[in-house]
Design a protein around this ligand. Structure first.
Ligand SMILES: Cc1cc2nc3c(=O)[nH]c(=O)nc-3n(C[C@H](O)[C@H](O)[C@H](O)COP(=O)(O)OP(=O)(O)OC[C@H]3O[C@@H](n4cnc5c(N)ncnc54)[C@H](O)[C@@H]3O)c2cc1C
Length: 474
């Protein structure tokens, strides 16, 4: 067993954390700060998904593609023209790798020596009685947190096992751009990567069984579909998959749309049909730990699994698969493990973002979800051509939708589709978290010529026609 630090207890740990990704680090640091002796066991590249193959590499590549688009779109201002192309994709990918290496070092590796209470151990861990087995050794531990993350899921398409395919991980590592790419899956990773490759010059087709971002409001999903099509992406929705096969020219996917078969032939295929919790080989069944229908470790609202003293957090739970939720859930799990399970996981005001351009961000209930929950709803939709910031930028792609309770006027949910709109969602998060009414949000002072000012307009839009307002939403 290779380890960076000697165990700080007499052979017994207060806490063993399995998985050294964002959730694992969050749990280990939280417990160590409370004086616990912690074993953090990592397998695979330290830091896990977000820094190595997820958030960081995808967002820097997306930004690069946005830079290309920004220049090409300069002509929307009369008198400007712009041309930008990929000169050396391999160099861009190498720069992305450098960023990943730097952040992994700073935010993960370099942290370990700063916490005396954490012993980092490398190896594939497995539950064993009240402890954890790693590389043949048993680490006794009073409490255990499972934080083993998730991996790209394989969709159920006949023939998929025989077809070479990319995942988000391998797609972000390609040293040359594919000529054509089929993205299977219309969730956030599919939308983000489809647009990134399209802007870089790849001919992209995106297919999905449902619509883009099925969790988003239908108006937002529809508008985003239009904007991605304007980026040159062929988007086929609400279809079913017949089969996929390797051919001389690459890969051929047969889909059925409105009862008719259509064949899509591409050089490469990228699968973005969700992520499966990493539970294989952990000995969960033997330990009596229950899994949910999607393969995630079932936890209660205190992050406890079905086995006493064993907790789970992050992507392995199969829910809220975002890095900040992994860190939040893991912190809570560690605090509960150390202090008697008093803290409750609350995702009611969890924001989510899709880093397309325009970005999509949301929080709270959609109109449909609010109705399903028994609310009598009212909604306000403001298109970005009502927002001075967007008019000044000559970029009015997008809309804002707010949902409120008709009886109390309390805000229940909000979604934003806007260039750089993701930063604005936090205002809705705070509004909902603190029980604000739409009226109160509409009366709040917002700075002029900002995207977030669109929220004030949308809040005012419940009661009046915002097109009739003077400047500054007054
Ligand atoms: C392309 C992409 C883009 C993303 N973009 C964003 C974004 O912009 N914003 C956002 O919030 N989220 C984003 N995410 C999601 C985010 O990366 C994850 O939600 C988050 O990293 C999950 O953290 P985790 O600690 O639960 O799992 P991980 O970070 O995956 O860590 C789990 C670790 O456990 C290890 N492990 C597994 N089994 C064992 C074992 N038996 N023993 C020891 N170790 C083990 C794994 O190798 C891994 O290192 C993105 C994901 C992807 C794939």
């Amino acid at each position: 067993m290779s380890d960076c630090c000697a165990p700080k207890s007499n052979g017994r740990y207060d806490l063993a954390v399995i998985g050294a990704g964002s959730a694992g680090f969050s749990a280990a640091i939280t417990a160590a700060e409370q004086g616990a002796n912690v074993a953090l066991i990592g397998h695979g590249t330290i830091g896990g998904t977000c820094v190595n193959v997820g958030c960081v590499p995808s967002k820097t590549m997306i930004r690069a593609a946005e830079a290309l688009h920004g220049v090409r779109a300069a002509h929307r201002f009369p008198g400007l023209t712009g041309e930008a192309n990929v000169a050396d994709w391999g160099r861009l990918v190498a720069a992305k790798d450098d960023l990943v290496t730097t952040l992994r070092q700073k935010k993960y590796v370099d942290l370990l020596p700063q916490y005396n209470g954490i012993a980092y151990l490398e190896g594939k861990a497995r539950l064993n009685g009240q402890g954890v087995a790693v590389n043949g050794d048993i680490l006794p531990a009073a409490k255990i947190i499972i934080a083993t993350g998730s991996s790209p899921a394989l969709p159920n398409i006949p023939g998929i096992g025989d077809v070479p395919h990319l995942t988000s991980t391998t797609a972000l590592g390609l040293s040359a751009l594919p000529r054509s790419l089929l993205v299977i899956g219309g969730g956030y990773i599919g939308c983000e990567l489809a647009q990134m490759f399209a802007r870089a010059g790849t001919e992209v087709t995106l297919v999905t069984r449902r619509r883009l971002l099925p969790e988003a409001e239908p108006e937002i999903s529809k508008a985003l579909t239009g904007h991605l099509r304007n980026d040159g992406i062929t988007i086929l929705t609400e279809l079913s998959y017949r089969r996929i096969a390797r051919t001389d020219r690459g890969v051929e996917l047969t889909v059925a749309i409105d009862g008719a078969d259509e064949v899509i032939t591409v050089e490469q295929v990228l699968l973005t049909t969700g992520r499966s919790p990493n539970t294989d080989g952990l000995g969960l069944a033997e330990a009596g730990i229950r899994l949910s229908g999607n393969g995630g470790v079932v936890v209660d609202d205190r992050m406890r699994t079905s086995k006493p003293d064993v907790y789970a957090a992050g992507d392995v739970t199969g829910r809220d698969q975002f890095v900040y939720m992994a860190a939040y859930g893991a912190k809570l799990a560690a605090q509960n493990a150390m202090n008697g399970d008093s803290l409750v996981y609350d995702n009611a005001t969890m924001p989510w973002v899709t880093f397309t351009d325009p970005q999509v961000a949301g929080v709270g209930l959609t109109e449909q979800a609010a109705r399903d929950a028994g609310f009598e709803t009212k909604t306000s939709i403001v298109s970005l051509d009502q927002v001075p910031r967007a008019l000044a930028a000559r970029d009015t792609r997008g809309l804002i939708k707010l949902v409120a309770d008709r009886k109390t006027d309390r805000l229940l949910g909000g979604q934003i589709l806007a260039p750089e709109g993701a930063d604005s969602i936090q205002t809705v998060v705070l509004a909902i978290k603190h029980g604000m009414t739409a009226k109160a949000l509409g009366e709040t002072i917002f700075p002029y010529l900002t995207t977030v000012e669109g929220l004030k307009l949308a809040a005012q839009g419940f009661g009046k026609d915002v097109a009739k307002l003077s400047c500054c939403a007054g």
